[in-house]
Design a protein around this ligand. Sequence first.
Ligand SMILES: [Zn+2]
Ligand SMILES: [Zn+2]
Length: 457
Amino acid sequence: MAELLIKGGRVIDPAQGIDKKADVLIEDGRVAAIGSGGTGVPPVGHRQDACATLDATGLIVAPGLIDMHVHFREPGNEAEETIASGAAAAVAGGFTAVAVMPNTDPAVDNEAAVAFQAAQGERAGLCRVLPIGAVSLGRKGERLAEMGQMARAGAVAFSDDGDPVRSSRLMRTALAYAAMLGKPIIAHCEDKDLAGKGVMHAGTWSVRLGLGGIPAAAEEVMVARDIILAEATPPISDFGFRISDLRSQSAIRNPQSAILHITHASTKGSVRLIREAKARGVPVTADVAIHHLILTDEALAGYDANLKMNPPLRSAEDAAALRAALADGTIDCLVSDHAPHTAEEKDVEFALAPFGIIGLETTLPLLVTKLIDPGLLAWPRAIAALTCNPARVLGLEAGTLAVGRPADITLIDPAAEWTIDAAKFRSKARNCPFHGWPVRGRAAAAIVGGEIKFRHR
Ligand SMILES: [Zn+2]
Ligand SMILES: [Zn+2]
């Protein structure tokens, strides 16, 4: 029987309300026991000596981190990132599972494409790679993709990310299917007409820098629309007779789960809309990208194309509202929105460069350095946003160290001091604005299904 004992760490498992020094025993790829007080884990008893151990003294032992919004560029743009290189970046950043967006070339809009991505993830053999299917065929926003078939092939959610679902009628139908399948629509909220040809947040800085602005309202009108549509969608329980046929066997889905998940919320107004919707009982959840919490539009003064992303970096007031919303639970999850581009693509005039920055290998240290160390966010809340909350949104078995669950575990060294060096990334891409930043905290190890997939040395 394959066993591993993680000894002496600070175990933080928000799903079980655990935050204490304890040992964690893994047997056959699953969590077998958690024992506290340095007295060892009861069930192993005399076998403890024979069991492989991992010394976690000074480390945080958390459920494996989940990034529910990343872009790997396979198929179609393998020079930017492959599923294997993206998975390597994920485990090095402490992520044991990632949900990959379907805006590849061609788009992941059918059963075979979902199965291909899942198979490539298996082949890479690092983190769990969870495909997200497109909402519309070719992500064109015209005809609904075969969501039921993609769900059966393993899609954990649906999204046209990169673009919004422009048609309200299509979005309404998609939400109804999502409710029936028990899998959420992940909404990239952007009114394309309002966003126009903008390349950064519309505000005093866009005027000063002479760059086209994307108003906050371009996001907020779509957040409002999607909330209205979600509110009008019948509850999942009304579709109960079909859920048993269609949902995947491994999924554990609370019938109360949201059908609308708003991704990369970036404005104060979006936060307000989400907060009000949740208070009314609308089935909505949300995430925020790490860069929107720690950077503002002022950073664009140097015209660095590695700071160009969509939605754009907003005002200081927006960033403060997002931090407060993550701390109070209005925003459920934290993501990287890891979006690889080649140096050639980014090394052009700011206005012409593609949107997006990578983040799998910098999210954890930036979280520690900019939010946890300064006291803006507590460890259990931060870990919930990266574990049990995304697991709940996506209906995953992972996200907790409860006995019997898969042994997906991240060991975090909260005190490690180092300097971000983009040249050392496992990702193929280097479009990272944090190169050279001094940071604290990093992944010490990533364990997936009881196997150590990454260990910092
Ligand atoms: Zn997006
Ligand atoms: Zn994205």
